[in-house]
Design a protein around this ligand. Structure first.
Ligand code: 0O2
Length: 221
């Protein structure tokens, strides 16, 4: 590409990426409302933290080239699903599915794809629930339906994924078999810990429910 064309492409790309930033802002507001409402109704917070990012232009172009798609804005829009990415980290596995359902039930959100790497972990052990959704962004002269990738996972799954990501890049994407096996082992440990924590939380909720029932009975009787 000639220097002038590259400059023009960069300017267009910056404008194009703004749309994804607005979509992320909308999703962040939706998630914050869900979190506050859930906390009010159920008296606990299912979301530990939320992170979001816009994929860098370099990373978008790399992914486009790797997948063999044409280099143009319409092609990027159609073929790259995770330009806008939001990650929701929950305490418990059951919270992941509750949050996912609440998001999917919103009338203005269109679910394009749902990949459940918790029920079906990746061969390397990766676990997370991925949704590709489309949200309407109200621009000054038009409405744009913009794709956002939502990753929902537990603290343990997030810990594992961030370490695995570092190792992957440290080893130049060629992780030795011994390390891969250790990572698969660690993913299993995360899975067992998540299940144990879920069970303890269930027991705590049952104790809380029965003691609040007793309190009500004492007041009423
Ligand atoms: P980055 O740097 O996090 O953005 P698609 O996006 O659907 O066209 P893909 O890659 O098959 O293609 O989608 P998938 O499997 O849903 O993965 C998308 C994102 O999930 C990745 O984005 C990672 O963020 C995360 N992810 C998926 N698999 C793994 C894994 O094995 N380990 C870790 N640590 N993260 C994973 P990017 O673009 O690959 O990277």
């Amino acid at each position: 590409m000639a220097a002038e064309a590259i400059k023009r492409f960069k300017t267009e790309m910056t404008r194009f990426l703004m749309m994804y930033k607005f979509a992320l802002d909308e999703m962040s507001t939706k998630i914050d409302i869900l979190k506050q409402e859930f906390e009010y109704i159920h008296d606990y917070n299912p979301i530990e933290h939320v992170e979001s990012r816009i994929k860098s232009p370099e990373s978008i172009l790399r992914k486009l080239r790797k997948k063999g798609f044409e280099l143009s804005l319409p092609s990027i829009r159609e073929n790259i699903n995770d330009i806008a990415g939001i990650r929701i980290v929950c305490s418990f596995i059951s919270d992941i599915y509750k949050i996912s359902e609440m998001l999917q039930n919103q009338k203005d959100i269109k679910v394009i794809q749902c990949k459940d790497y918790i029920k079906n972990p990746k061969p390397n052990g990766y676990q997370s629930l991925h949704l590709i959704v489309e949200v309407p962004v109200f621009m000054s002269d038009r409405i744009e339906n913009v794709k956002v990738e939502v990753q929902i996972r537990t603290i343990g799954m997030d810990f594992w994924a961030s370490l695995e990501h570092k190792i992957y890049y440290k080893c130049n994407k060629e992780v030795p078999e011994k390390l891969r096996e250790e990572l698969r082992d660690a993913a299993n440990t995360v899975r067992q810990l998540d299940m144990k924590m879920e069970q303890i939380n269930k027991e705590i909720s049952e104790i809380k429910d029965s003691s609040s029932l007793e309190e009500i009975q004492e007041i009423v009787i």
